[in-house]
Design a protein around this ligand. Structure first.
Ligand code: CP
Length: 321
């Protein structure tokens, strides 16, 4: 694997390979083997131009558990505020010996530019770019669904026949996009439930069913309900006029959770707007996998860094593999 830029072009075989290596990583962690020597001598740079709690810390933990050196770069407080470009910033970090660059950026396509411009030779991992993609979030979500459903028999299995409902601000969500591509590649059926103002114009080209009525979608007994964060920072007022109405129509509360089959899980990528898209009762319910997703994120990122830096490397491969 040369880079991980999206899930849209990630094939089923590579996706399953990442999930299976993540199983191995999770197993070592559960045996209290906190640190593996696998990436000794490698340097991973976390290049974050947007805020993050889970993704940045998770990549740092993953790299350290594989014995890599980690350099954390946050745009705030750096020379980016003096106008330094993405190219100069990335080349500066490359000159300090980066073998992999994990990048989060507000511009859709920034990781792709880094990977294909020839500015740097390091492997690039997309940690979220604008409203485009967040591939490791989708991988950890797929891992969580698979683990909950198949338990110890997860290895090698896809999500054929599973029904996943993704609810909320699809328009601004890179998590939704990455999940749509990955979950459908793995054989799941995805239904998007959203206010009509928060659905992308080109959704008819996506391999999904679109609904506007949450209760109708939940009545079908999905295997997983994935709530999306309302992204106020990217929201135009016309898209989102009234928080109370949103919560009433598209929020997940304890009553809606109680109506789900016992085996259904409730997911959220975080950070959550408690009381808006999800109530505290739903977020903290027995069905919730919110913290499991965070824990699984470390295993997924260990697998991605391992495959990027220690796995078979083919420089002729497409940018997504
Ligand atoms: N899920 C996610 O990307 O969270 P952070 O923004 O905290 O990294």
């Amino acid at each position: 694997m040369r880079h991980l830029l999206d899930t849209r072009t990630l094939d089923r075989e590579t996706a399953l390979r990442i999930l299976d290596v993540a199983e191995d990583m999770a197993e070592t962690q559960s045996r209290q083997v906190k640190k593996l020597p696998t990436l000794l001598g490698k340097t991973v740079v976390n290049l974050f131009f947007e805020d993050s709690t889970r993704t940045r810390i998770s990549f740092e933990a993953a790299a350290k558990r594989l014995s890599a050196d980690v350099i954390n770069f946050a745009a705030k407080g750096s020379s980016v505020s003096k106008g330094e470009s993405l190219k100069d910033t990335a080349q500066t970090l490359q000159a300090m010996g980066a073998d992999a660059v994990v990048v989060r950026h507000s511009a859709s396509g920034a990781p792709q530019t880094l990977a294909t411009s020839g500015w740097i030779s390091a492997g690039v991992v997309n940690a979220g770019d604008g409203t485009h993609e967040h591939p490791t979030q989708a991988l950890l979500d797929a891992f969580t669904i698979r683990k909950r459903h198949f338990g110890a028999d997860s290895r090698g299995r896809d999500l054929s026949g599973m029904r996943i409902v993704i609810v909320g601000d699809v328009l601004h969500s890179r998590v939704a996009r990455s999940n749509v591509w990955l979950l459908t590649t793995l054989g799941a059926h995805v239904t998007l439930v959203t206010p009509p103002t928060l659905i992308p114009q080109n959704v008819s080209l996506w391999p999904v069913t679109v609904r506007y009525d949450l209760d109708q979608a939940l009545a079908e007994g999905p295997d997983a309900v994935m709530m999306l964060r309302i992204q106020m920072e990217r929201m135009h007022a016309a898209f989102f006029p009234n928080e109370r109405e949103y919560t009433r129509l598209w929020g997940l509360d304890a009553v809606r959770v109680a109506g789900l089959p016992e085996t259904s899980i409730v997911m959220h990528p975080g950070p959550m707007n408690r009381g808006l898209e999800i109530s505290s009762e739903a977020a903290d319910s027995a069905a919730s996998t919110v913290l499991e997703q965070v824990a699984n994120g470390v295993s997924i990122r260990m697998a991605v860094l391992y495959l990027l830096l220690a796995g078979e490397r083919n420089d002729d491969e497409g940018v997504a593999q």
